[in-house]
Write a protein that binds this ligand. Structure first.
Ligand code: ADP
Length: 267
């Protein structure tokens, strides 16, 4: 049984093809999200890499901000459900998922069966999201992928006190003008995102194992700052940014199994 999950986000499109509920045949991430050719490119490349034909896909489930725009989908699920399913697959013992994407941050609580039992979300403000990091990387003229290394080499992190992205932007420019080292500014930026998300997480309570999903999970500077603030280990998979697409594919598999009257285990 071959199924597909398509996660159309604000900044990226992710497509994943799953065989028999456990074998990932292909997973593709395209740096273009809703309203672009990104979803089609992700779909075409995922099909090509998997070696299966589009007709062989039994079910495709879409998720993400742009899920309603993917007409090839057989159904759709929320990002919360998708990240809960995908992260539970990657980390069966996870009880708290911190998902930081391009335009929002969510903290999802899972019960002992890995089912979502609570969540909190920040989708009102760019602070504490990937957008904040993207804006700051732009000011520093750095690639988003460089921030982790820079933060790691910081000796004296600066404090970014503004909670608003626009004010924080001015603050970063002032820090640089005052002679702050770029690694110290980057460490401050990562700590600022972590601080916002840690406050969100404390609202529903932290239960271990804690894992991260979404694109910002790739930033070790944010992960380490979160670990320090929450005093827990934060697990991370190289598939973190694809966790939503994985969850959508798992949901597609569950749908097919239900139709065939068969049971399927996720973890
Ligand atoms: P969305 O689904 O809303 O498009 P994602 O979960 O794909 O969001 O995350 C996108 C965010 O991930 C970007 O805004 C960026 O800040 C961050 N990001 C993407 N790639 C990297 C990377 N290599 N290292 C660190 N952060 C990254």
């Amino acid at each position: 049984m071959v199924v597909m999950g398509m996660d159309i986000g604000s900044t990226t499109s992710k497509c994943l093809i799953l065989e028999d509920g456990c074998r990932i045949l292909s997973s593709v991430l395209v740096q273009a999200g809703i309203g672009t050719e990104g979803p089609k490119e992700a779909y075409d490349r995922a099909i090509e890499i998997s070696g299966v034909s589009g007709d062989a896909i039994s079910c495709c489930i879409a998720t993400g901000y742009g899920r309603e725009r993917w007409s090839q989908a057989d159904g759709m699920i929320s990002e919360l459900t998708a990240h809960a399913l995908g992260s539970h697959f990657l980390f069966p013992d996870a009880r708290t998922i911190i998902d930081i994407g391009g335009q929002d941050a969510k903290v999802i609580a899972l019960d002992d069966r890995g089912q979502m039992c609570n969540f909190v979300m920040n989708d009102k403000c760019a602070a504490g999201t990937g957008r904040f990091l993207d804006v700051m990387a732009g000011i520093l003229k750095k690639d988003i992928g460089e921030l982790e290394q820079l933060a790691a080499s910081s000796k004296n992190p600066v404090t970014i006190s503004s909670t608003c992205t626009v004010f924080a932007e001015s603050e970063v420019i002032s820090q640089l003008a005052a002679g702050a080292e770029i690694p110290d500014v980057v460490a401050g930026i990562c700590a600022s995102v972590a601080g916002r998300v840690a406050s969100l997480a404390r609202r529903i309570g932290i239960r271990e194992q804690v894992c991260m999903s979404g694109g910002v999970a790739q930033n070790g500077g944010v992960r380490k700052a979160l670990e320090a603030l929450l005093e827990v280990n934060v697990s991370f998979s190289p598939l973190a940014q694809l966790a939503g697409a994985l969850g959508a594919a798992i949901n597609a598999g569950i749908n097919i199994s239900a139709l065939k009257g068969r049971s399927m285990s996720i973890a």
